[in-house]
Design a protein around this ligand. Structure first.
Ligand code: GDP
Ligand code: MG
Length: 325
């Protein structure tokens, strides 16, 4: 406590340093504050990420994606409870634009109702789906990395599998679960174009409803038609998130994929791709930032205007910008 009052004397410390200390000792409010820093790219966020990066790469990151209303949040709450029972520290990151304000709260209530109001081993966070400077997927990756470094064993990332950006978000996961429901009919075909390729486990939730057999059959057919999936065929798991049926099977299927990914080199491939993506994105940002600083915003604006007016072409504009001294 004393050093908090004397905080000014520790001026060399990065702004997030003390928060990180508190977050490490399990203070959820500090974790939440750090996540906000990272989400908003506040001063100190980069220093925090620098500090924690060597401690990342340990958590099991499970993505849960699929159309709105399929039962993802309910399923995630069940999975979270199940991993808690196994003794793992669990975090839920809900990136769900279809329920931006209540998603996280609902989720929290569901788990609290089941497992008591206070659970130090459970952290729930709803992420804003808009307004991240480097994109939603990269913001999610940083948040996941922070939680990973803080000793979270299992991180569940819920996202709506609708567009390209959401597909990018779920790529942070080691294992991607795609949630469908009976009776989607032709809508299932639409999944093929987007998320089916990156799904590691297929979940037919609401299998308490009629038509589950048919959906399982449709998915199996689609999988058999798919190419480039020779190494690992995603299992199809039936669940009823409402009753809890099939959750144990889903947990087992996720564990099995995780083992395969580690054994086959798939995990390493995904990590390389993620690291490359992060490096290239940061490099691009940093190069643009430095160039702007050197060239000056006015001059950039001037060149932009000339390109818009067609008195300069974009390629020559780039040459001009890069040769500015
Ligand atoms: N019948 C049935 N309803 C479910 C099941 N899982 C979730 N639901 C309900 O489906 C609705 C949407 O669930 P939610 O978890 O919010 O879906 P999300 O939008 O994919 O996150 C809620 O009313 C849930 O209670 C299930 O297995 N069976
Ligand atoms: Mg949801």
């Amino acid at each position: 406590m004393t050093h908090e009052l004397l905080g000014g004397s520790r001026g060399a410390e990065p702004p997030g340093g003390r928060l990180l200390e508190r977050a490490r000792s399990g203070d959820k409010r500090s974790v939440a504050r750090l996540i906000s820093m990272i989400e908003n790219d506040e001063p100190g966020a980069a220093a925090v990420m620098r500090t924690v990066y060597p401690e990342t790469g340990k958590a099991a990151i499970v993505g849960v994606t699929g159309p709105p209303g399929g039962g993802k949040s309910t399923l995630v709450a069940r999975l979270g409870a199940s991993y808690r029972e196994q003794g793992a520290r669990v975090a839920v990151v809900a990136v769900d634009p279809s329920s931006p304000f209540t998603g996280g709260a609902l989720l929290g209530d569901r788990i609290r109702m089941r497992d008591g109001f206070l659970d130090d081993g459970l952290f729930i966070r709803s992420m804003a789906s808009r307004g991240h400077s480097g994109g939603l997927a990269r913001a999610t990756l940083r948040v996941v990395n922070l939680l990973d470094a803080l000793g979270t064993g299992v991180i569940l990332v819920e996202t709506v599998g609708v567009g390209q950006e959401e597909v990018e978000v779920v790529r942070v996961a080691d294992t991607v679960c795609l949630v469908t429901v009976p009776g989607l009919g032709d809508d299932i075909q639409a999944l093929k174009a987007g998320v089916l390729e990156i799904a590691d486990v297929l979940v037919v939730n609401k299998s308490d409803r009629p038509g589950a057999d048919e959906t399982v059959r449709d998915l199996a057919t689609m999988l058999s038609l798919g190419k480039g999936r020779l190494e690992f065929t995603p299992p199809i798991v039936r669940t009823s998130a409402q009753s809890g049926e099939g959750i144990a099977e889903l947990v087992a299927a996720i564990a099995k994929h995780r083992e395969w990914a580690a054994r086959s080199g798939e995990r390493e491939r995904r990590r390389l791709a993620a690291a490359r993506g992060e490096i290239e994105a940061l490099l691009r940002e940093e190069l643009v930032r430095r160039l702007r600083g050197r060239v000056g915003a006015d001059r950039v604006d001037d060149i932009v205007k000339r390109v818009a007016a067609r008195s300069l072409d974009p390629y020559t504009a780039i040459d001009e910008l890069l040769s500015t001294r």
